[in-house]
Write a protein that binds this ligand. Structure first.
Ligand SMILES: Cc1ncc(COP(=O)(O)O)c(C=O)c1O
Ligand SMILES: N[C@@H](CCSC[C@H](N)C(=O)O)C(=O)O
Length: 460
């Protein structure tokens, strides 16, 4: 029998026993569970929802499928930041004799940077930052330290889309010092596109608020560990502090996971079309006029300096891209344009709705402006998080807003786009990136002959 694919596994939820045989698992919206016998309370799986809840158990099983591990290695918690918090408190900030050292990237999500800066300022940890996309720089910094207790990696980074060679870095760290905890924030890829446990990292976490749920109606985090023992240590924190995911949010997450495959397929399709359009048609070329510089940053573009590296250990580019307009003022005008109707101006990503934002003012505002400048974080960066809408509608909406923001101008009855910031003229291809016609795709000789349409669709 062939192995079922992830899309199939996540649609079915068999891990619940219900007296009525309900097809969808019930929500156990109960704080307490009756004790069967005072003598035998150890065999009772649930007593109090802070400690455990059947609906949370179901979602933990589904996440186990996503990462190909036993549910005993999974914890569902109340947000992505909670996930990082419980990992650090259970596995890193526990040294009695010294302040632990953490090495992290230099393009971290703003909230992660804020937590690490706080820990450092209270002397709970020594935190060093390095460009984790630069393997040699990382190795040099690592070797200079007497002890490194934890390495926190994120790839591709949010929002600069820098790629860290996760398999190579993990191999180096674990072979240099097996006791050093390698933790990976996998939010930008989700378990559907990357499974870092396959290359021996210790713990993976995700903000399930993003792709896993996909509808922006819950906050959630997941933690997946290499061993059940690590999960038990983290569980101690979850139970002691009450950071487990609520029953209703667990239920919504189970539902969201069922459509993760199709959502990601469409979101990535939209991101591919848009990034190519931005780079090639809108003339987002570098200051010397050379096409292919990462002014449009997306790991699905061949011009991305780490395109091949990313492809080597991920099965898709995700749906987050960013670009620079060339000036803060133009980006501000673009994001505040009243012409934007479909793109919602909000933080976050991974949702079925497309989102546009300026990270320096929104998601990454928690990072000190001086630090952003030190790290070459462009203040004019615009981040796009593609949803599942029709791609031609998304392109048209963005085009209207770009014209309104005075970034580009349409000439020759809309046939060419003139980029007012760098003078590049390109052909307007808006509307040409529509989803392939399903009939044409299906009846194309090639696919019918090879019978491969299903396989090609299944590949994300
Ligand atoms: C890469 C990344 N990691 C972690 C988080 C934190 O997740 P949450 O908002 O669910 O706490 C976010 C966003 O908030 C993020 O973008
Ligand atoms: N005000 C929030 C900002 C959340 S940003 C959410 C998401 N990770 C993103 O990148 O958009 C905060 O202070 O954390």
């Amino acid at each position: 029998m062939s192995q079922q694919s992830l899309q199939t596994k996540l649609v079915s939820v068999v891990q619940h026993v219900d007296q009525h045989g309900s097809s969808v698992p019930p929500i156990y919206q109960s704080t307490t569970f009756k004790i069967g016998s005072l003598e035998d309370d150890a065999s009772q799986p649930y007593d109090y929802t802070r400690s455990g809840n059947p609906t949370r158990t179901v979602v933990q099983h589904q996440i186990g499928k996503l990462y190909d591990v036993d549910a005993a290695q999974v914890l569902a918690v109340s947000s992505g930041m909670t996930a990082l918090d419980v990992i650090l408190r259970a596995l890193v900030l526990t040294h009695k004799s010294r302040v632990p050292t953490i090495i992290a990237g230099d393009d971290l999500y703003g909230g992660t940077q804020r937590l690490l800066t706080h820990l450092e300022s209270r002397n709970h940890a020594r935190v060093l930052h390095v460009d984790t996309a630069n393997y040699d720089a990382f190795v040099e910094l690592f070797k200079q330290q007497e002890h490194v207790d934890c390495v926190l990696l994120e790839s591709p980074t949010n929002p600069l889309l820098k790629v860290a060679d996760l398999p190579r870095l993990t191999h180096f760290i674990k072979s240099s010092n097996d006791a050093c905890l390698v933790a990976i924030d996998n939010t930008m890829m989700s378990g559907m596109l990357c499974n870092p446990l396959k290359f021996q990292c210790d713990v993976v976490y995700e903000s399930a608020t993003k792709y896993l749920n996909g509808h922006h109606d819950i906050m959630a985090g997941i933690v997946v560990t290499r061993t059940p023992k690590m999960a038990q240590e983290i569980y101690f924190m979850v139970n002691s502090t009450g950071s487990g995911l609520s029953p209703f949010d667990s239920w919504l997450l189970v539902r969201g996971l069922k459509t993760l495959g199709v959502r990601l397929y469409q979101q990535q399709h939209n991101a591919m079309v848009l990034s190519h359009w931005l780079e090639n048609s809108c003339g987002f070329v570098d200051k010397k006029g050379v096409k292919g510089s990462p002014r449009t940053r997306f790991v699905g573009l061949k011009s991305h300096p780490q395109f091949e590296l990313h492809k080597s250990f991920n099965s898709g580019p995700g749906a987050v891209l960013s670009f620079e307009t060339g000036s803060y003022e133009h980006s501000r005008r673009l994001v505040s344009s009243r012409k934007i109707k479909i793109w919602a101006v909000t933080v976050s990503f991974g949702c079925v709705n497309s989102l546009i934002s300026m990270p320096c003012k929104m998601s990454h505002a928690a990072i000190d402006p001086a630090l952003r400048q030190e790290r070459d974080f462009p203040e004019d960066l615009v981040r796009l998080c593609c949803g599942i809408e029709n791609i031609a509608d998304l392109q048209n909406d963005l085009l209207e807003a770009m014209i309104d923001a005075d970034i580009i101008e349409l000439r020759d009855e809309g046939k060419t786009i003139y980029n007012k910031l760098n003078g590049h003229i390109a052909t307007n291809t808006v509307g040409q990136g529509k989803l392939p016609n399903i009939y044409e795709e299906f009846f194309s000789q090639d696919l019918v002959e090879r019978g491969s349409i299903l396989t090609s669709r299944a590949k994300l």
